[in-house]
Design a protein around this ligand. Structure first.
Ligand code: PLP
Length: 489
């Protein structure tokens, strides 16, 4: 008999009493299911008190405590002070509502904890299936490739890195942006999301290389201005390589003239990238199929599944038309990642050959379970519902004499302000900012804000499957009430 002298080998992170652990686990599950079912009864937001902030300034625990007591702390100090994005009255930024199904899927995927990078195991095939479904959702060519990533920012960066690779396939990975000797420049509208700017910085191009094209009165890229800027840039000897369209801008939900942009890219040999973080999925809605048809013509499309698919954070997707170029951008096979003919190291091409990350979680499971359970028809219904609710909000804003629409409502975003008349822009900006803060503090509704042409806008965006028309009414009535109270003061 082999003798094992190491007395410490009984150590593990597994529970010492599985039965007791299981009871607590069921309690946690029941608590969360009750919480989700009754979420409407909770305040949309409440400020975390001082005691909460202080609770998270403790020293590193050197010895453990019981899981039960840790869970009690979760119930006392964490769960009651959420951001509110799963609440039916949440219209701030563009944030997922999550689903009970998504919560369960996260538990199952964490339970399995596969590393979904290489190997012959089921999660790899689920991941591949989900990427294929994403292509089908957007009508993207089936021979294209794709990658699930943490979110829209990472999806945009990944797509733009493939765009950069297309400039000089032989040298760019060795020589970086200096390959070819010309400054690379790319174009997006002034309304493009800030992650595009970050991507330009991270890629070593710098923000000067990102040329911001002015927009028209619908907040869509102005193509005449774009052509003028392109001509200027060619004349001064820099290298325009990529045009970025927005399918749903973050400020107003505007959709750039994607079809014309695709034409322009074809004529001039530019890479056509689309940031469709939330808007791309609206392609499943018949009324938007025309405006979003050109997604099929893009060289790369970035979009989120933790926005309109309502999945828990985090999951986004990038699709690339030229699968070979995609692989060429990232493929790198060190000795410890060789594929074998058989065994665990057989199976599909390593997913690390298609992106920046190596170890990857099983985020595909929640997408797979959600699409299978609800189907595209239900997703289409949810997206249409949000679009109709926001159209309703926009109509109501136009009907209220004290409210003013600040941008044409598009997709799922409405920008408006309280305007009783006779106030300067500065005074209106201050007044409306106060309204937004009080709407949140009084737990009436959470909206966010933006600046449009120097005017402070209350910005309501919704990818919220729990919202009902009465919640839109509550937002407007709250705005009117707080607005009149502040104005008469
Ligand atoms: C949300 C958003 C992003 C960024 O996506 P993340 O998932 O937050 O990284 C990019 N572009 C647009 C238009 C967005 O709405």
């Amino acid at each position: 008999m082999t003798h094992h002298p190491n007395s410490k080998e009984s150590l593990t992170f597994d529970p010492s009493d599985w039965q007791e652990f299981g009871q607590l686990a069921h309690r946690m599950l029941d608590t969360m299911l009750d919480y989700l079912q009754d979420i409407r009864q909770q305040p949309v937001w409440q400020k975390p008190p001082q005691a909460v902030k202080q609770h998270f300034q403790q020293p590193l625990p050197l010895e453990g405590q019981s899981l039960e007591s840790v869970y009690e702390e979760f119930l006392t100090y964490i769960l009651p002070y959420p951001k509110g994005n799963i609440h039916p009255r949440f219209f701030a930024w563009v944030q997922t509502t999550g689903t009970p199904l998504g919560m369960l899927a996260e538990m199952l995927s964490a339970g399995m904890t596969p590393n979904v990078t290489i190997g012959d195991h089921a999660a790899m095939y689920v991941d591949g299936q989900v990427v294929d479904w994403c292509k089908q959702l957007l009508g993207f060519p089936p021979q294209g490739s794709g990658l699930l990533v943490s979110g829209g920012s990472m999806a945009n960066l990944t797509g733009l890195l493939v765009a950069r690779q297309s400039v000089d396939r032989e040298r760019i990975r060795q020589q970086g942006v200096l390959a070819g000797g010309k400054q690379l420049v790319l174009y997006a509208s002034s309304e493009a999301h800030s992650c595009i700017e970050k991507a330009a910085e991270v890629m070593g191009l710098g923000t000067d290389a990102l040329r911001k094209v002015p927009v028209d009165d619908q907040y869509r890229m102005d193509l005449e201005q774009l052509k003028r800027m392109l001509a200027q840039d060619w004349a001064r000897g820099v290298h325009p390589f990529c045009l970025i369209g927005s399918a749903g801008t973050v400020n107003t939900g505007a959709i750039d003239p994607l079809d014309e942009m695709a034409d322009l890219c074809e004529q001039n040999g530019l890479w056509f990238h689309v940031d469709g973080a939330f808007g791309a999925l609206a392609k499943v809605v018949p009324a938007y199929q025309g405006q979003l048809a050109a997604l099929e013509r893009a060289d790369s499309v970035a979009f989120d599944l933790h926005k309109w698919l309502s999945l828990p954070y985090e999951v986004g997707c990038v699709l690339i038309k030229d699968a070979a170029l995609h692989r060429e951008t990232f493929a790198l096979t060190p000795n410890y990642l060789l594929n074998h003919e058989r065994g665990l190291a057989a199976g599909p091409d390593s997913i690390s050959n298609y992106g920046i990350e190596l170890s990857r979680g099983f985020k595909a499971l929640k997408v797979w379970m959600s699409l299978k359970t609800f189907g595209v028809a239900h997703l289409t219904g949810i997206i249409s519902q949000n679009i109709e609710q926001m159209a309703y909000l926009s109509r109501r804003v136009e009907q209220e004499p004290m409210l003013e629409l600040l941008a044409p409502a598009s997709l799922n975003i409405v920008c408006y302000r309280y305007n009783p008349g006779g106030l300067s822009t500065q005074a209106l900006n201050t007044l409306n900012k106060e309204i937004v803060m009080q709407l949140q503090e009084r737990a009436i509704a959470s909206s966010s804000s933006t600046m449009l042409k120097g005017q402070y806008a209350i910005r309501a965006a919704s990818v919220n499957h729990r919202t009902r028309l009465s919640d839109m009414d509550a937002l407007l009535e709250g705005t009117l009430l707080i607005g009149s109270q502040l104005h008469t003061q």
